[in-house]
Design a binder for this molecule. Structure first.
Ligand code: AMP
Length: 214
């Protein structure tokens, strides 16, 4: 039976960084709903404009829209042997929808909570920068690029600061996490599928802890 690895944790906990490493080193596809919504930015459609407004505010895209995107993406052949979900599910409804999807796909779900204290999250989020070409994530405080403002790999790419990584959106995103997503930790714990890692400290140490669990 193939596995769906759900990475769960507050915005800024490092889910994206770890999911990208797992994809790179273990070949497990990383499905990031946030990245997929950000990619919609280039589309000039009503839905894309709505999604953009929701993301800027730091609230959540409707469950059904999100689910259809996940269902569609995970039906691709590269997901046949399992995949990592980064940023999904985020609500109780999404968690239930995922239960149905996993069943239909014949997959088992394992949830890994990446735990980081609140005061650290704000700094991580406001300091976060990413490469618009490859998506590599940097942080001006804890993981600066070799040359200021440019990607180490794509040296002609200027790093970008996500529009929703400003203090106001970050506060809303953290509150949304507390209200809607955090209860999912209990859901996975109560169904015996939750594992936890300490998300503070070195990226490689956190990766090693996650690798041991999967
Ligand atoms: P992220 O990159 O995971 O922090 O996601 C950025 C934004 O995309 C979120 O603040 C939401 O507006 C939207 N988003 C990402 N994943 C979901 C999801 N599972 N459900 C609803 N909205 C989402």
């Amino acid at each position: 039976m193939s596995k769906i690895i759900v990475l769960i944790g507050a915005p800024g906990a490092g889910k994206g960084t770890q999911a990208r490493l797992l994809q790179e080193r273990r070949g497990i596809p990383q499905i990031s709903t946030g990245d997929m919504f950000r990619e919609m930015k280039t589309l000039d459609t009503l839905l894309a404009r709505e999604v953009q407004a929701i993301m800027s505010a730091g609230t959540l895209v409707p469950d059904d829209v999100t689910y259809r995107m996940v269902e569609d993406r995970t039906s691709r052949r590269d997901c046949a042997n399992g995949y990592i979900l980064d940023g999904y599910p985020r609500t109780a409804v999404q968690a239930q929808q995922l239960e149905g999807l996993a069943k239909a796909q014949g997959n088992e779900i394992d949830a890994i909570e990446v735990d980081v204290p609140r005061d650290e999250l704000m700094k991580r989020l406001t300091g976060r920068r990413s490469c618009p070409v490859c998506g590599e994530i940097y942080n001006i405080y804890s993981k600066p690029p070799q040359a200021e403002g440019v990607c180490d790999i794509h040296t002609n790419a200027k790093l970008v600061h996500r529009a929703d990584d400003n203090e106001e959106s970050v506060s809303t995103r953290l509150a949304t996490y507390d209200e809607q997503t955090k209860p999912l930790i209990d859901f996975y714990e109560n169904t015996g599928r939750l594992k936890k890692v300490d998300g503070t400290g070195d990226v490689e140490e956190i990766y090693a802890a996650i690798e041991k669990l999967i």
